[in-house]
Design a protein around this ligand. Sequence first.
Ligand SMILES: Cc1cc2nc3c(=O)[nH]c(=O)nc-3n(C[C@H](O)[C@H](O)[C@H](O)COP(=O)(O)O)c2cc1C
Length: 393
Amino acid sequence: MTKLRFITSGESHGKALSGIMEGIPAGLGLSVDDIDPDLKRRQKGYGRGGRMKIESDEVEILSGVRWGKTLGSPIGLLIRNRDWENWKDGMSPDSKDEGSIEPVTRPRPGHADLSGVIKYGHKDIRNVLERSSARETAMRVALGGIAKKFLKEFGINIGSYVISIGKSKASVRPAKLKEKDLLAIFEKAETSEVRCPDKKAEKQMIDSIDKAKSEGNSLGGVFEIFATGLPAGLGSHVQWDTRLEGRLTQAVMGIQAIKGVELGSGFELGRKSGSEVMDEIFHAKRKGFFRKTNHAGGIEGGMTNGMPVILRAVMKPIPTQKRPLRSVDMITKEPLDAAYERSDTCAVPAAGVVGEAMTALVLADAFLEKFGGDGMDEVRRNYDSYRKYVKGF
Ligand SMILES: Cc1cc2nc3c(=O)[nH]c(=O)nc-3n(C[C@H](O)[C@H](O)[C@H](O)COP(=O)(O)O)c2cc1C
């Protein structure tokens, strides 16, 4: 069923990240300016570490676009790692450079390090950590930028904002919010260093990040992703793997350090009675069918219901910490402190941007499943005809 496929490659300190995406119709206007702003947003956020000061991500379009328009062929993207200059020998693909840097043998708790070396039979943890690093999410954000541009053509917008960092919590009630309120919250969050729309909570978040940093500790938190302008009927109830909530939550859970994803009122639904949380159905001549609440988070029976899609995701605290964590040397089996690599104290604001990208990629796929065509004009015809049909339903 999948109409939109993508794959990334690249190590954290390798030469570059690359990505290939297939399934975007011909005729979509696309330039690096559609992608780079999100790459910048991913790099920002109070609590980021030194790496983000070195990298200033910019995408290069390698293929699939000519004179500002997609060709319908696979789109190839490249993001060069500026830090590569410092790692040319240590991460060289050439066997003559083998042994130019010391192997990493102290696995970090909370990372892929130990399971990765056991599984792949490596003697150097670097062979795992370079790929398991969230540096890879820069390419996902770039590919997501293409999906966002495609969805925007049909009036679909995706955003995110931070709900909590550590114990500091913003007050936002998405179950009651309309599309324009969500967009206004998003605009407000975009002006915040922690991407939080609540000024009071923002200050507490910044203070708690400062405290964690001074203690050599780290923090996680919760962010919310929304998509507005969606038609009813994306996804399907007919099989487990066509249900849209499953596809979205897998995509967001597939981001490094994300350990839980809720849809709409999520876990809160289990604490309420049915009459409190079902989104009742109304009809008006001009609007057609509509709801006054959105506890379902815009999806019922595996399909969009026309309300905004709302997902909430929790990011665990950053595992790498200056304050030593106990580990064991892989070779000598001696107990010692885990390796420390330059690290973020908190990356929840950035993770939200990655969440937007993954949401956009899944929604663009579901949109193309329903309205797909080889060129944008064909997709537009299909979409317009469906909208007309829904209006008269
Ligand atoms: C945007 C972003 C930035 C991250 N930055 C760091 C970091 O600087 N240091 C670190 O140890 N983990 C960081 N992480 C988390 C790790 O990549 C992740 O916890 C690790 O790969 C293990 O995967 P898991 O937590 O999903 O099990 C970051 C994650 C994201 C999404």
